[in-house]
Design a protein around this ligand. Structure first.
Ligand SMILES: *Cc1c(COP(=O)(O)O)cnc(C)c1O
Length: 436
């Protein structure tokens, strides 16, 4: 509580002194038991100041928000429960909460009722789950059991991605043996959206990956039209919507995700825009059997032992913490209107950033359609110096990126705690540094 209460008054980045003080942790391994309270004192005294205030109101890095207080408290209670939520039978409470949360998520994100789902560590693993289900289905349709027989001798699978696919999609393709480089890359427009004019003709076992929410611009691929073409060719569409999928929950933004329910699998994060504690990613698959066939520890043909879902049948992990508890707490507390308000508010704050910085003569490199703002302060060297200066100033924190050849400050507004006044204060700090 003290940590959270004092967060607003300190620098968002840790001070160099606080980082240097971490040496206090570098003790010899204790030979015997010590005082738990003393251990916690050291953790707080040395550890807390060396954190970045990601839980605070003016952290605008990496598209990650702070935890809603109710989700942090739910996390503590679920931690006390210590439920290994791989199977339903021994952990009915947490497994049931995840089942409820899954249904609510499908509703709020406008995904097909009855889709399967997995609560995993993040969108990287959610992409892995969706693509593993895709690999199962497209090869099963070609008469090949990939879980049993692997990829040696399997019919080739065509994989189509956008030139702007997130590196976690590329990594998942590598892990799954589909190849990081063995893909068809569709060129993108100036916002990073797939250009349909360059979309390939599809045939044979095919997986198409689309993106909702480009990490730089926030732009979204034309998912409805891609789904139409893929469906006509019998291809599987996987959506990486780590943060952009949440636009579906916001009335003024949902046009960006129109048609998303026509895809076959979806990956998103709860630890980004739903503001639950790390780590929590979400995978959804229209056909739950495809996800289960790819992930269940027992062979796919064995019946599930319980009428309720075993969470571990749908995840890479068997032993796992019940990540769905915080998601349940967030959704139950915010409701449909509260989630919409969170998304709408952050998008409005992003527009506020863009308008104020543009008015002061800074260059905004993207159409601000979601919560992402790319800002250049002249050439690459000057922009780098401004970003470093802003991080050192400590009023707020934003990171660096390169967008289509331009070095830029990337501002992501993703926290429930951020107010208009925080944006104003941050703009003033950024302009103060830039003028220096
Ligand atoms: C953040 C992000 C990911 C990876 O998510 P993690 O939670 O870090 O694993 C994947 N895709 C996109 C578009 C993202 O923004």
């Amino acid at each position: 509580m003290r940590y959270l209460d004092t967060l607003d008054a300190r620098s968002v980045a840790p001070s160099p002194e606080a980082v240097a003080a971490l040496r206090a942790f570098d003790e010899p391994l204790p030979a015997g038991p010590g005082d738990p309270a003393e251990t916690l004192r050291l953790l707080d005294e040395v550890g807390s100041p060396a954190t970045t205030a990601m839980a605070g109101r003016r952290f605008f890095g990496f598209v990650i928000g702070g935890s809603l207080p109710v989700t942090l408290a739910a996390n503590w209670l679920a931690g006390a429960w210590d439920q290994n939520t791989g199977l339903y039978r021994p952990t009915p409470g947490t497994a049931f909460l995840e089942q409820v949360a899954l249904g609510w998520l499908l509703e709020i994100l406008r995904l097909p009722r009855g889709a399967g789902g997995a609560f995993v560590t993040g969108a990287t693993v959610a992409n892995l789950c969706g693509l593993a289900a895709a690999r199962h289905r497209v090869l099963a349709n070609a008469g090949w059991n990939v879980e049993a027989n692997g990829l040696f001798g399997a019919p080739p699978v065509t994989v189509v991605v956008s030139a702007e696919a997130h590196p976690s999609v590329t990594k998942a393709l590598g892990v799954l043996g589909l190849g990081r480089s063995r893909v068809i890359k569709v060129p993108v427009d100036d916002q990073g959206r797939m250009r349909l004019a360059d979309f390939p003709a599809l045939s044979g076992p095919t997986i198409v990956c689309v993106q909702l929410g480009n990490v730089n611009t926030g732009s979204c691929d034309p998912v409805a039209e891609v789904c139409r073409r893929a469906r006509a060719a019998g291809a599987w569409v996987h959506v990486d919507g780590a943060f952009g999928l949440w636009a579906a929950a916001a009335p003024s933004r949902s046009h960006l995700t129109a048609g998303v329910g026509e895809a076959d699998s979806w990956a998103t994060d709860a630890h980004k825009w739903l503001n639950v504690p790390y780590d929590c990613g979400l995978a959804f698959v229209r056909d739950p059997h495809a996800l289960r066939a790819a992930m269940a520890i027992t062979a796919e043909y064995l019946p599930t032992e319980s009428e309720f879902r075993n969470p571990g049948d749908f995840t890479p992990e068997l032993s796992r913490r019940a990540r769905g508890v915080e998601v349940w707490a967030a959704l139950r507390t915010l409701g449909v209107a509260g989630v919409a308000d969170l998304i709408e508010r952050n998008c409005a704050q992003a527009r506020q950033f863009a308008a104020r910085l543009a008015a002061a003569g800074c260059e905004i490199l993207n159409d601000v359609v979601l919560n992402q703002v790319l800002v250049a302060f002249g050439d690459a060297e000057r922009t780098k110096r401004v970003i470093q200066g802003v991080q050192e100033d400590g009023t707020c924190w934003a990171g660096i990126t390169v967008w289509q050849g331009r070095t830029a400050m990337r501002i992501s507004v993703s926290s429930w705690a951020t107010t208009e006044a925080d944006v104003e204060r941050s703009v003033e700090a950024i302009l103060r540094v830039a003028q220096r």
